[in-house]
Design a protein around this ligand. Structure first.
Ligand code: NAD
Length: 440
């Protein structure tokens, strides 16, 4: 089979490489010439574990290639996937569909009347987008033989390849039997692994992605509020999370209390769902609350650091460990670091930060930060250190060395990667999330 993947970002490049690994002939198209040039040179533009080997292997096998426009691709493919960005639209919180609709116009010019092609939205798009993509193509190229399908992607950055190759499920929606057959053929290797496949309508498929992300964001926000309560009443949120998570109806995942969710998906997708629901007159007030609670939480995190530093960080060095929105990615989109670091700087702190892979991306967004070469470099002279991202290498800090380097041994662990008594035994003042102590 042959497909084109429009967009060579986190989703397009990973999905393209994985489909190639399934034996499909894939061309990844992206108008970003720099990105395509790097890919031609064998350089992967994003950090994703295992992706460089997978791309190299499939390029060498001539199953995976790259181009800067659809017009440069060979015609007559089985499917064109749209995997372009759908960021938050400035000003109103809706999903910005500019790139999706441009992709639809590009596809219209590419399709022919003598070959059937499925146009698949893999991007996360609001309900109704698939139908609008169909209308745009139909209007621009009435003779084209095509049908539209929705096939939301559920991979997680940092474990994207494994998630694509061994997903919990595949969801696709289409109103065309011919399109459904193509989708089944493309995912045949996963059928063979007995992966559950949910086949539905366009609208149900589009909503499934938003509903899934909103549910996970709600779970995180719920445990974060329990964490705040734990701090007041002397309970331990990790014990509470374990206690409830072992209930099969609740499940253990997404019950880690922290500084609030960030990243390239949850913030924009929860907001877009809220906006769609309001627009159709069926407001999702629970999700509206989740969005508001999470925004407030992220903004409040800098105060925890300031409080741990004695209430004032003016002129003090603050060591920030980790800036990507989660470990194993260099993605900075809506990372909590983008709330915490500017707030600390506004309070007068000198921020010296280290992240194993995200510093290049982060330095474009946080120009005033002193970027350090490793954890201990960042700790030099600091009055407080804060763990923002739970990279593995922050899990085994040499506390003796850290104490000697820091001006004051204070650690704020916003990811709960240490045990309070362990750190305190090393002579550190330690604060974390939701592990309250009742004194006396
Ligand atoms: P990204 O920003 O990393 O990549 C998008 C790419 O699309 C960019 O390289 C851009 O140059 C390219 N592009 C823009 N217009 C184009 C066009 N007309 N033709 C071809 N390429 C074009 O975005 P991403 O993180 O890969 O996300 C893509 C979509 O997948 C979004 O809707 C996102 O919500 C969804 N998604 C993302 C993740 C994730 O973890 N990143 C997971 C699941 C779903």
């Amino acid at each position: 089979m042959k497909i084109v993947m429009l967009g060579a970002g986190y989703v397009g490049l990973v999905s393209g490489a994985c489909f190639a690994e399934f034996g499909v002939q894939v061309t990844c198209v992206d108008p970003d010439e720099g990105k395509i040039k790097r890919l031609h040179d064998g350089v992967i533009p994003i950090f994703e574990p295992g992706l460089d080997e997978l791309v190299a292997k499939n390029v060498a096998a001539e199953r995976l290639s790259f181009a800067t426009s659809l017009s440069k691709c060979a015609p007559k493919v089985d499917a064109v996937f749209i995997a372009v960005g759908t960021p938050t639209r400035r000003g109103d919180g809706h999903a910005d569909l500019t790139y999706v609709y441009q992709a639809a116009r590009d596809i219209a010019a590419y399709l022919t009347s003598d070959h059937f092609t499925v146009v698949v939205t893999k991007s996360t798009v609001p309900i109704g987008t698939g139908r609008e993509v169909e209308r745009i193509i139909r209007e621009a190229n009435p003779a084209a033989r095509f049908a539209v399908a929705s096939n939301p992607e559920f991979l997680r950055e940092g474990s994207a390849i494994g998630d694509f190759m061994r997903p919990d499920r595949v969801v696709f929606g289409t109103n065309s039997e011919e399109a459904a057959e193509v989708m089944k053929s493309l995912y045949r290797p996963l059928y063979l692994l007995e992966t559950p496949i949910v086949q539905t309508t366009l609208e149900s498929s589009e909503l499934t992605k938003y509903a899934g992300n909103a549910f996970l964001a709600t779970k995180i926000t719920f445990i974060n509020e329990m964490a705040d309560l734990c701090e007041k009443v002397g309970a331990n949120v990790q014990d509470v999370a374990r206690g409830i998570g072992l209930d099969g109806r609740i499940g253990k995942k997404f019950l880690h209390a922290g500084p609030g969710y960030g990243g390239s998906c949850f913030p924009k997708d929860t907001l877009a769902l809220v906006k769609t629901a309001q627009a159709v007159g069926a407001p999702v007030s629970l999700v509206e609350t989740v969005v508001a609670v999470n925004d407030k939480r992220k903004k409040a995190m800098a105060q925890r650091v300031i409080a741990a530093a004695g209430g004032d960080v003016k002129g003090k060095k603050v060591a920030v460990l980790g800036v990507s929105f989660k470990p194993n990615t260099d993605d900075m989109r809506d990372s909590v670091a983008l709330d915490v670091i500017p707030a600390l700087q506004k309070a007068g702190a000198v921020v010296q930060a280290f992240d194993p892979v995200a510093m290049k991306e982060a330095s474009k967004l946080l120009p005033e930060v002193h970027w350090m070469k490793d954890t201990y470099d960042a700790l030099q002279g600091a009055s407080v250190a804060v763990i923002l991202t739970e990279w593995n290498e922050f899990r085994s800090i040499d506390f003796d060395r850290a104490k000697q380097l820091m001006a004051v041994p204070v650690l704020v662990d916003l990811r709960n990667i240490y045990k309070p008594d362990e750190v305190e035994k090393q002579g550190f003042a330690y604060s974390s999330i939701g592990r309250g102590k009742i004194s006396g």
